[in-house]
Design a protein around this ligand. Sequence first.
Ligand code: PLP
Length: 393
Amino acid sequence: MISQRVRTITPSATLSLNARLQEMRAQGKEIINLSVGEPDFETPKFIRDVAHEAMESGWTRYTATSGHPEAREAVCRHVQATRNVEVKPEQVVLSSGVKHSLSQALLSLVNPGDEVMIGAPYWVSYPELIRLADGIPVVVETRIEDGFRLTREALEKQLTPRTMGIILNEPGNPTGIVSSTAEILEIVEFARDNDLWIISDEIYEAMVHEGKLNSPFSIDPQRVSYISGLSKSFAMTGWRLGWSVSEPDRANAIGRLQSHNAANPCSISQACVAAALGGMDQPELQEMYAAFRERKNLVVEKLDQMNGVQFVSPKGAFYVFVDISNFLGEGKLVADSNQFCLGLLEEKGVAAVPGDAFGTPGCLRLSYARPAEELSDALDRLSQFLEKVASSS
Ligand SMILES: Cc1ncc(COP(=O)(O)O)c(C=O)c1O
């Protein structure tokens, strides 16, 4: 009875781990959860205040399906200020979160059998979102030695006549990668030379700890759809508000699709877009960004002291991706990173996500969206578990 399209969607690779985590918590065990994908901060008060006001002043009805003009104009101002590109409100489609914008953009761009390139390690939902649009995800491996950078050389090797587009994601989940201007230019030029579209997922845009974000949208706004939202940068995961900014024809297609399959995103959340984007220098947000920078330093310092692990110091977002393959294999205490993560949870009460979920086995993702004391404790426990695994083989 279930459609072929949905039947082929694989459930999240982290399901069994999450089930065990819940079970252990129900038994009263304390778990340090480094598998979280959202800021541990409250939505800033100056944004919550705007939401209250919006409820009282009539922002309670359907809006235009692509979004309220005021909110779309706020996104235009943001694009001009941060990406130095002048865009019109018609190029902006507001949605119910970045996942939603990604899905709408892919449904609008992909024809059956089109190949879409993604660099591995990739964010978990890209392959499934591409398949749901009847496309074929083409996974392009990156190397830890290259800082997980997607190179033109690697892309060229997997280019075929059916390749139509690329999804980029910086700052990256799970690696925290932020590329230089020249590195981004190299990918945009590859796309130009082969007439490919680019979807650029920049959801962690305000969380850059080192250097600066280089958005491909600044280089080629005709080819690139810039996608972002309020979830991470403003600690607003539950508010479900995202946007895509594209050249007018593409934006129009996404808007037409949305008018039938979603209508407008939550009107109250839309009312907060201008306040959020205009308030990035507010103390509450600046404190959150500073906390993530400090935590990143703490995590990197601790990991540096662990023998046998490899990682790339993250430049943005709030994750670090750690290669533990030296500790895995037949005949060892744990054969793969799934077993490693289950053991770490059972024995040390620390939850992390196995690399398989991101298309890169032999690794794990740690989130540093937890307070510093918890992080410090969790990393000590990880270090002890690594020693145990090493000494048992
Ligand atoms: C890279 C990336 N894109 C998109 C999303 C989804 O964002 P939203 O909650 O706005 O749908 C996430 C959330 O984890 C993410 O890490």
